[in-house]
Design a protein around this ligand. Sequence first.
Ligand SMILES: Cc1cc2nc3c(=O)[nH]c(=O)nc-3n(C[C@H](O)[C@H](O)[C@H](O)COP(=O)(O)OP(=O)(O)OC[C@H]3O[C@@H](n4cnc5c(N)ncnc54)[C@H](O)[C@@H]3O)c2cc1C
Length: 378
Amino acid sequence: MMGYTWLFTPHLWGSHNDLAAVRSFWLSRRGGCERSAYRRHRAGAQVRGHRRSGDATGAADGATDRRRVEARAAGAEDVGGSAGGGHVRDRCGSAPRRPARHRRREITRLPHSAGVAALHSPHTAITDFVAIAQRIAEEIEAAGGRVLLSTTVTGVDRHLGRIDVVAGAERHTVDRLVVCGGLESDRLGELVGGTAAPRIVPFRGEYMSVTATKQDFVRGMIYPVPDPRYPFLGVHFTRRVSGGLEVGPNAFLALSRQAYGRLSLSPRDLGSTLAWPGFWRFAGEHWRTGLTEIRGVLSKRAYMKSAQRYVPDIGVADVTRSHLGLRAQAVERNGSLVDDFVIQQEDGITSVRNAPSPAATSSLAIAQHVVDRIEIAV
Ligand SMILES: Cc1cc2nc3c(=O)[nH]c(=O)nc-3n(C[C@H](O)[C@H](O)[C@H](O)COP(=O)(O)OP(=O)(O)OC[C@H]3O[C@@H](n4cnc5c(N)ncnc54)[C@H](O)[C@@H]3O)c2cc1C
């Protein structure tokens, strides 16, 4: 039986009141800060593109949202309202706080924002993750490792004291294997002998780019109050390292795990989603949200309507459709969405079955956690 580790994924708003929360809060905190440290001390001038925004703000626009903000600010454990003693931290470990009334606009530097309540996360920042990944790859190669791109792993064979990995035309022998497959993590997990659940259901997230004349309307990041029923953050405003301003992403079922076109469809991936009982249970429970989301997929106006609750001065004429991301959302057989990290381990193979956002932020800390577990398992 594989070991099963559940680690809570704390976002700006996240909170659970158990030991796993403490551990994963630490992971996330270390992740954010280690990534900054990586940028500063190791990558040096070769990794550019970190923007210290210090302005992530969760904004609310209704009575329910206001209650959730109050609950967050009070450190309450449950976004649904019940009291508790959970952790409320941003990704660098600082508690987001209510800005003093007279400092709100100055702190957030968001004169075009609207809302009835907000929390301010002073240390949130954004970076160029591609540059970081490229730099890590260079360090691996400098240390004598190999990075094989565009090489699909098709087989893993366990033998006494060794593991054979078939990657492209080559067979590699290793003594320990760590599998991080993202959108393919369920298939790879099964390939190495893991459980069928959770199954990955892909969700697409579309972004809009804000026209240059209105990019300065938002100088940091503005997040909506998240809906506690979903692990998605909701459509938010992000100021990119390059200076551009983006709105998004939304969340709607993707018909392919690999292709990033708006109309892309993979019969195999769609079949895998439809064959999973958990998908139907999820769809049966959340079809109303699905209808709302599909309006945003079909219509820019509907998409921007939700974003305009926070920044009314940026409208449909100020944005163009931009790129699309694919989320690997793990769904249990009972239809629940898994919003924690899931790491399984057996016989020298560690399988990261679910690594949702902020797994990129936390990637160095997750890597350290995996290495520690491998060493313990030796
Ligand atoms: C739109 C969007 C916005 C996001 N924003 C944030 C954010 O702001 N902050 C944050 O921390 N996280 C964010 N995330 C989440 C973050 O990208 C993921 O949590 C993280 O990338 C997960 O890492 P992973 O290693 O599990 O998977 P991935 O990063 O997807 O990596 C998996 C890799 O495995 C490869 N692979 C798959 N199958 C095979 C195979 N058979 N053989 C060889 N290789 C294979 C894939 O090609 C891929 O390169 C965002 C995600 C999306 C979609």
